[in-house]
Design a protein around this ligand. Structure first.
Ligand code: ADP
Ligand code: MG
Length: 297
């Protein structure tokens, strides 16, 4: 491969909004046959909205939102932004009065914890609550199932070890994602949706954009294992993601592709960064790689 042709390809990529870390990346892109797509922030906008709030019996809605909003102000996760924005709006004129959490901790792919105004607050998925020994009322399962069936993302809240309520967030698919998946198929790639979110939300997004293969409820370490399994089955895998939780999977993939709108950790772990948060750039990158390598031979 002549270095000049690869450099020209890399320069062309930059014009298309595709930042390629080194000329050798274009060669690695050859033979990719499977594209694994993270859901939140990659296929969807990642601009989640809080759509409902269910306070536990004896727990005030306003207090639930205030404590949850305050804790989530420490997180960059789309769910966190939805909760914090909703809390700020609900608190209205007392804007900016959300207390600052102490000892804020992110439990990657599970939830968050910290102290707000002297109270220990946890927010996260069901298994996270169980692992932290929070007892959940029986009727909460039905509530979670209904939300998930609708394609939403519910999270649970506890205060001082007691269940305090459920917050329901929802996301929308980027209007370019379905076209991007169709283009990838046309290029002979198999698309796979990979997410830490629940099965219901994952299936709904997959259906909307035309993906058949779904891997849901994947912790960051499960994401790496999923990529490795595909590789062991003989696939050459590109992974596209944006989150801290995607970084290890991006590094494991034959080709890691980060959304430019995503976290620095993801961008650092990837060989390619898509400046516009548009998935069609993945198809552009594949075409660019093929064209460049054809020139060489
Ligand atoms: P994705 O793969 O869709 O980007 P993540 O791995 O980031 O999902 O998160 C998986 C799950 O972990 C979320 O659906 C949620 O239940 C929980 N979670 C992660 N971060 C937070 C947070 N900041 N607040 C509440 N729940 C969270
Ligand atoms: Mg994501």
């Amino acid at each position: 491969a002549t270095p000049t042709a690869l450099l020209v390809g890399t320069g062309r990529g930059a014009q298309l909004g595709i930042l390629i870390k080194g000329p050798e990346v274009l060669e690695t892109s050859r033979g990719i046959d499977t594209v694994v797509l993270d859901k939140t922030g990659t296929v969807t906008t990642g601009a989640m909205q809080l759509t409902a709030l269910h306070a536990a019996a004896g727990f005030q809605e306003e207090r639930l939102l205030r404590l949850a909003g305050a804790l989530e102000s420490g997180s960059e996760h789309p769910i966190a932004r939805a909760v914090t924005n909703a809390a700020r709006e609900a608190l209205g004129s007392r804007r900016g009065t959300l207390p600052t959490p102490e000892g804020f901790t992110t439990h990657q792919g599970r939830g968050v914890s910290g102290i707000v105004e002297g109270h220990e607050v946890l927010i996260g998925r069901r298994t996270f609550m169980r692992n932290q020994s929070v007892e959940l009322p029986e009727d909460v399962n039905g509530l979670l199932e209904r939300a998930e069936a609708k394609g939403s993302t519910p999270v649970l809240v506890s205060v001082d070890g007691r269940f305090a309520g459920v917050l329901i967030a929802a996301d929308t698919v980027k209007d370019t994602s379905a076209d991007a998946v169709a283009q990838l198929r046309q290029l002979g790639m198999t698309p796979v949706l990979l997410t830490g979110d629940n099965e219901g939300a994952a299936r709904r997004v997959a259906q909307e954009v035309g993906i058949d293969q779904v891997i849901a409820e994947a912790m960051p370490e499960d994401k790496v294992a999923a990529i490795r399994r595909l590789q062991e089955d003989g696939a050459k895998v590109a992974m596209v993601g944006d989150g801290v939780n995607d970084a290890a999977a991006l590094a494991q993939a034959d080709l890691g592709i980060a959304m430019g709108t995503g976290t620095d950790v993801a961008i650092d772990a990837a060989a390619i960064t898509l400046i516009r948060g548009d998935l069609r750039s993945v198809a552009d990158a594949v075409r660019l790689s093929r064209r460049t390598l054809r020139t060489i031979r």
